[in-house]
Design a protein around this ligand. Sequence first.
Ligand SMILES: NC(=O)c1ccc[n+]([C@@H]2O[C@H](COP(=O)([O-])OP(=O)(O)OC[C@H]3O[C@@H](n4cnc5c(N)ncnc54)[C@H](O)[C@@H]3O)[C@@H](O)[C@H]2O)c1
Length: 378
Amino acid sequence: MSKQKLRIGMVGYGFMGRTHSNAFLTAPRFFDLPRQPELTAICARNEDRARAFAENWGYGSVETDWRALVARDDIDLIDIAAPNNTHKEIAIAAAEAGKMVMCEKPLGRNAAESQKMVEAVEKAGVANMVWYNYRRIPAVSLAKALIDDGKLGRIFHYRAKFLQDWTIAADLPQGGEGLWRLDKSVAGSGVTGDLLAHCIDTAMWLNGGIDTVTAMTETFVKEREHTLTGKVEPVGIDDACAFLARFSNGSLATFESTRYARGHKAQYTLEINGEHASIFWDLHDLHRLEYFDHRDQGTTRGWRSIHVTDGDHPYMDKWWVPGLSIGYDESFTHQAADFILGLDGDAAAPTFADALRTDRVTDAVLKSGDSGQWETAL
Ligand SMILES: NC(=O)c1ccc[n+]([C@@H]2O[C@H](COP(=O)([O-])OP(=O)(O)OC[C@H]3O[C@@H](n4cnc5c(N)ncnc54)[C@H](O)[C@@H]3O)[C@@H](O)[C@H]2O)c1
């Protein structure tokens, strides 16, 4: 008997449109899913480019207005892979039309937007998820399993960094295609909502809620030409942000992100120090988890580098043979698979409600950057 289809309407054919399309094509080939994802329609405003994308990835049809996509009765799931200023309106309309909704991060440009999105999906009772994909890199999933198993004991410290270097040039414009991340009205914020949101999502998943934060933010280049207006306009985003946080479990954290760390393209690292053990992970070496256990035999005690590619490691029994690694794109494949598996059982996280908690923390961080005070993130 053929499986029930999950008919997907994708909004956006950029970076994330490609990762999500790849994930929905790949997931059913490696995971035994109760429903068969179908790339039913791609939506973007440029019809020629959308048609070329549809042909390349195998989408059955093209829409140039997301409202037309949401109105179609042959779509089950709306997947939002467009810039942050589109998320709220599309997600709420999709939920009101009874569609399942998957949305890229950050959920909203701020927690107030995200709150409305949570209300809409909960009122409609539709399945929902936010693409915080780093949770599903096997080494990060293994970190979660080790922590839940009590291997680290009481946790004292959490340390995360996400460093890039692509906005250092003062003559780089802001706004428009490829540069919307520099336009506050589109992005909502700079590195805090874009990069630290990932770090915060992973941190709260691994180590529980964050209660209070104190931050410093900076905009190094104060004015940039706007691609859409041609005028030099003030830059409203945070180029860099560093903050301290207190978790509900009593542990202390430092988080740092910038797009001005010359030489770093996407260096996301996290370290957790517990009573018995510590772990360290680096996106540049994503299949490895560094682990130190104080309970190991004394003379050979030391940091071990776990190559997270064995059959009993998270997700790895679905892939090749032990010792062979997978990469960045598979974190999206895992997320697509978990979402579909969760449709007939426990809903997979992070849901919109989970992502709202992250946006509350980023709001508090930005508020603290302005006020210079400790702010509450609850
Ligand atoms: N999970 C991650 O690691 C990750 C990584 C990158 C981006 N993101 C998020 O994904 C989203 C998209 O980012 P991206 O890097 O793919 O951007 P992008 O600029 O590469 O692509 C954006 C796409 O959205 C389309 N678009 C813009 N406005 C639209 C509208 N009104 N209707 C239909 N389509 C529209 C554009 O044409 C383009 O195809 C953002 O929310 C971003 O924060 C997440």
